[in-house]
Design a binder for this molecule. Structure first.
Ligand SMILES: Cc1cc2nc3c(=O)[nH]c(=O)nc-3n(C[C@H](O)[C@H](O)[C@H](O)COP(=O)(O)OP(=O)(O)OC[C@H]3O[C@@H](n4cnc5c(N)ncnc54)[C@H](O)[C@@H]3O)c2cc1C
Length: 437
């Protein structure tokens, strides 16, 4: 892959992992803004998220409790617990308060409407997706008020059905799929041409056309408002379609600077190969490449699906292997950024101290300015003059339920970050109880 990767990429390939270096202060200063109740709730919720039986049954427990308690009481209980822990609020004023609290700490908001659809949950007609388009445009508006170099997260499956994403992903893997669903054809539909893909039904073509226009329209508004759009990665059975539409958006909008970014999940065995291929494509086609680098949030579900359907597990077998993958991808990207920080930009979206320290060390070695805008960090507790974004999802309880369940499930596999967060919460509670400065 790297061999195919063009001039720009070849020079970046083969970077040896550097030793772990400079330490960031993960001091939990952000917790000083939380009330005693919020700290205690944080500890309780993280504890509950650590109970595998409870987390496994979370979707059933949520629907049964909604039936037993009634919608209002159920909503209030969730708002006081899991929702309150993981979500910024429901209305723009509530979100505004959270944004102000973060900015007071020098953190930047990374707003997200965590509406996502899984295959089998398809909503009827275009209405649901059009409604989501309104919510995403609201997110663009709120993000634009978020200080310098605003960013937001976007879930493609909020604007295009997961079922169609899976169908397109399947077609991409079939002979002729790559030429039928080429980036150019997708860009042409985004630009107003009629969708006419022979392997899709007329209804699928209509939905694809409406979805691509929605995605393009949202991106156009974001560019006009000066907001960078970070497209989330989701399940492996929809990701090829997500990457296709994201690269098409990049091809249309990332001419002068990276407004649209793609997410790469390092727990996937083919992550480095795909990252390299897409970086090479960006270079060949002359568009800027923005990357959100994550480990990956769907570990349990991906493994279960592979087991149930009898295909090889697409994930690295261990956390250590995922860590290696993360570091290799990071090294590749930092070299690309060092070469041209306008052409390639990166958000290190991880709570992992080793990864963050490694990124900082390599930035120093490669001469990448920490406040130059080309590299930033996602969801850190500490800060040291770097651009740090805090992911803050918001929305109504019902809309963010799948997100809440996934956060609970994800917390089972988030080893270092959760332990650290629990320690920091405990330490902050003790500091207050003992009235220490
Ligand atoms: C700003 C931001 C945006 C994000 N956007 C996305 C997104 O678009 N898509 C997405 O999927 N995730 C996203 N995530 C979540 C991310 O993928 C991780 O789940 C989360 O950040 C925990 O990883 P870590 O590096 O912070 O922590 P760590 O605790 O160092 O790592 C935990 C992660 O390691 C991996 N892991 C753990 N155990 C194993 C194992 N046995 N074998 C293999 N791998 C293992 C899993 O990916 C797990 O989540 C985002 C995170 C942030 C901070």
């Amino acid at each position: 892959m790297l061999g195919r990767g063009g001039r720009w990429l070849q020079r970046a390939g083969g970077a040896a992992p550097a030793p772990h270096g400079a330490q960031l202060s993960f001091d939990g200063a952000v917790l000083r803004l939380k009330s005693g109740w919020e700290l205690a709730r944080g500890l309780l919720v993280l504890r509950l998220c650590g109970l595998p039986g409870l987390v496994r049954r979370a979707p059933t427990l949520l629907s049964v409790s909604r039936r037993l308690l009634g919608h209002r009481l159920w909503g209030s209980l969730l708002r006081a617990s899991f929702y309150g822990q993981f979500v910024a609020g429901q209305t723009p004023p509530e979100v505004g308060v959270t944004v102000q609290r973060l900015r007071a700490l020098g953190l930047r908001p990374l707003l997200a409407v965590p509406i996502e659809e899984d295959v089998g949950q398809d909503k009827e007609g275009e209405g649901w997706y059009e409604g989501n388009r309104g919510a995403v445009l609201g997110c663009v508006g709120l993000s634009a008020q978020g200080g310098s170099q605003p960013m937001m997260q976007l879930k493609v499956t909020a604007l295009m059905s997961a079922r169609l994403c899976r169908t397109v992903s399947l077609r991409l893997g079939e002979p002729g799929g790559l030429s039928e669903f080429s980036m150019d054809r997708v860009m042409a539909v985004m630009g107003g041409e009629e969708a006419n893909f022979s392997s899709l039904s007329p209804a699928e073509n209509r939905h694809l056309q409406a979805s691509l226009l929605r995605l393009d329209g949202v991106t156009q508004r974001a560019v006009e408002a000066g907001v960078r759009v970070l497209v989330d990665a989701e399940y492996t059975y929809v990701n090829p379609a997500l990457t296709l539409v994201t690269l098409a958006l990049m091809g249309r909008w990332n001419r002068a600077q990276p407004w649209v970014w793609n997410t790469y999940q390092c727990y996937l065995q083919d992550c480095l190969v795909r990252l390299g291929a897409d970086a090479a494509l960006a270079e060949r086609r002359g568009f800027c490449f923005g990357v959100k680098l994550v480990r990956g949030a769907y570990l349990e579900q991906e493994r279960r699906l592979a087991r149930e359907r009898g295909y090889p597990d697409p994930l690295h077998p261990t956390w250590e292997a995922t860590n290696h993958s993360y570091q290799h991808c990071l090294d590749l990207l930092l070299e690309l950024v060092a070469r041209d920080g306008q052409q390639c930009q990166l958000i290190v979206a991880s709570h992992n101290e080793t990864s963050v320290s490694h990124a900082i060390r390599r930035m120093e070695e490669l001469g990448i300015a920490k406040d130059g805008g080309a590299v930033c960090f996602g969801q850190l507790l500490g800060q040291a003059g770097y651009a740090i974004y805090k992911s803050i999802p918001y929305g109504a309880v019902e809309d963010v339920l799948p997100y809440l369940v996934r956060r609970a499930q994800e917390n089972q596999s988030v080893l270092q970050g959760i332990r650290k967060e629990r320690d920091l919460l405990r330490r902050e509670l003790w500091r207050r109880l003992l009235r220490r400065p």
